[in-house]
Design a protein around this ligand. Structure first.
Ligand code: SAH
Length: 259
């Protein structure tokens, strides 16, 4: 076991109790109150991740590393977010990889931005655009907690004014994306990838019409239906309810204008 497998002061950890309740908290010399009793966070220092620990009144929990997906579902959300089920496919379709430069607009709470920042690695960059200062601050605070803020530059800007960079891929998540397809075209390298999400079909139609005009090829429209199962070996069946609709995903690739 190496040092990095042990809990340190300042780590973000997830406390997982037997009843399924989970808390994400930063390790410091302080007490943290839960319905299962008070947890002395300082006592977690030096424990191996995955270890069994005990609250003051004798309830057990496990100390785990929070995944980005845990952070996204538990964060204080003030905007709509891109659902993790969609984020995965979008990353593949945008072909985001180590060293890429990408644009994320608007940044909102920063869920998609964080996934992009992870994918571009330490040598890549995400240029994120957001027109509202309160959301820019929220995203910065989230991205900082999740350890990826240094890979992201957030600009307080209405994307109507255009983008400053030429990038490998663009992710667009604003209420009126059809108004910015031309700006996206200008900000992409030849063969660069564009992904757009919108919740309603009439928005998809307007986006498609605009992409057809603007030299994008390989147009694709997708939605993903994701059903979770109750993980009980002797009675395996789906949960009764599912998130039936999140967003439509539209993809296209830039081709150069004929000279
Ligand atoms: N993709 C984000 C959610 C984006 S919500 C996530 O995964 O968390 C949409 C965001 O776009 C909002 O924060 C809104 O303020 C911003 N926005 C809307 N129109 C914009 C524009 N024209 N320029 C920049 N940001 C815009």
């Amino acid at each position: 076991m190496s040092e990095k497998d042990l809990v340190k002061i300042g780590d973000r950890v997830m406390l997982v109790f037997d009843d399924g309740s989970e808390f994400i908290v930063q390790v410091q010399d302080a007490a943290f109150g839960t319905h299962k009793g008070i947890v002395e966070l300082g006592n977690l220092v030096g424990k191996a991740y995955g270890s069994k620990c005990e609250s003051r009144n004798g309830n057990f929990f496990r100390v785990m590393r929070p995944r980005l997906i845990d952070e996204i579902f538990k964060m204080n959300r003030r905007t709509q977010i891109v659902y993790p089920k969609d984020i995965g496919y979008i990353l593949m379709m945008l072909d985001v990889k180590e060293g890429d430069c990408v644009i994320d607009a608007g940044v909102g709470s920063g869920a998609m931005c964080a996934a992009l920042a992870r994918a571009v690695g330490t040598s890549g960059k995400v240029f994120a655009y957001e027109k509202r200062e309160d959301f820019k601050m929220l995203a910065e605070s989230n991205l900082s907690k999740w350890g990826v803020l240094e890979r992201v530059e957030i600009k307080l800007r209405d994307i109507q004014e255009g983008f400053d960079e030429i990038v490998d891929a663009i992710f667009l998540d604003v209420p009126d994306p059809w108004n910015y397809i031309e700006n996206c075209y200008r900000a992409l390298v030849g063969s660069g990838n564009l992904a757009i999400v919108c919740p309603t079909t009439n928005q998809v139609q307007m986006v498609l019409a605009q992409m057809e005009k603007c030299n994008f090829i390989n147009l694709e429209v997708w939605e993903s239906l994701f059903r979770q199962y109750k993980p009980v070996s002797e009675r395996l069946r789906p949960f009764d309810r599912m998130v039936a609709h999140t967003a439509y995903m539209i993809f296209g690739r830039k081709v150069n204008e004929e000279e």
